[in-house]
Write a protein that binds this ligand. Structure first.
Ligand SMILES: [Ca+2]
Ligand SMILES: [Ca+2]
Ligand SMILES: [Ca+2]
Ligand SMILES: [Ca+2]
Length: 262
């Protein structure tokens, strides 16, 4: 009888252990591989996207309490984590790299040094190193301007970080086509003035990419005096970019960054 009780006791212990281990394995596999299609709070982002990409609450549809659901914010390029900020304006972990680009690059927008190599994500991208690979070689940055489409694309290796609408040289003063390299970064500059029919002082964020035979310098720069980006070419040959876009393009472009204009 004692023997039987003892055997039953062991059976019970083994049974409980098996249950515990099963529950543990199931729970941890759910944590590692949450259902990619499950959207518990029904806000348009899956639980996986909320936990692994946007770092929002998977059980609260409005993570930043601004009245807009997480999914709606992401759809419209607003940060679901930071009230009133667009994705590219938010730098949740304050590592110098905006949330929009963190997602494009596959870094964690809550972790300042994603690949744990001692350098912040933003510092690595500025210096042309991969923020996700501690042993990476230099990565080529590239600015591509398509005059016909009025677009400027900014690449980090093969990753397209941003597409901006621009305005280029008008027909009488076209933007030079070809392959160039950034020669100089000029934080502030005056265009026009004495002898010109226009005067645009304190123009921010100027990237000098070539000099014409007449000595004229051509820049990619912010423009605050018009709003015809994407629809009309009005410049004297420079590539005009919206102020809200030019700031981050300027910040992450280096002397030597390749420029292709076609
Ligand atoms: Ca959700
Ligand atoms: Ca919200
Ligand atoms: Ca960041
Ligand atoms: Ca790093």
């Amino acid at each position: 009888m004692w023997k039987e009780l003892l055997t039953n006791k062991y059976k019970l212990i083994i049974f409980v252990l098996v249950i515990l281990v099963t529950v543990f394995i199931a729970a941890s596999s759910m944590a590692i591989n949450p259902d990619k299609h499950l959207d518990t709070d029904n806000d348009g982002l899956t639980d996986y996207e909320e936990k692994a990409v946007y770092q929002t609450f998977w059980n609260d549809k409005d993570s930043d309490d601004d009245g807009y659901d997480d999914g709606l914010e992401v759809e419209n390029n607003y940060s679901p984590k930071q009230k009133g900020l667009k994705m590219y304006q938010a730098d949740t972990d304050n590592d110098g790299l905006n949330d929009a680009w963190e997602i494009k690059l596959g870094t964690n927008l809550m972790v300042r040094d994603t690949d744990e190599d001692g350098y912040l994500d933003g510092t690595e991208v500025y210096n042309s190193y991969s923020p996700t690979d501690p042993n990476s070689k230099l990565i080529e940055k590239r600015i591509e301007v398509n005059i016909k489409d009025f677009t400027l694309k900014f690449y980090f290796g093969e990753i397209l970080l941003d597409t901006f609408i621009v305005s280029n040289g008008k027909p009488s003063t076209p933007t030079p086509k070809g392959e160039f390299k950034i020669i100089n970064k000029v934080p502030s500059k005056t265009y026009g003035g004495y002898g010109y029919s226009f005067y645009y002082p304190n123009t921010k964020w100027n990237l000098h990419f070539t000099t014409g035979r007449n000595g004229l310098r051509y820049y990619i720069h912010g423009a605050y005096w018009h709003d015809v980006f994407g629809v009309k070419n009005v410049s004297g040959g420079c590539v005009n970019v919206k102020y809200e876009d030019m700031e981050r393009l300027y910040k992450f472009t280096n002397i030597g960054t390749k420029v292709i204009i076609n």
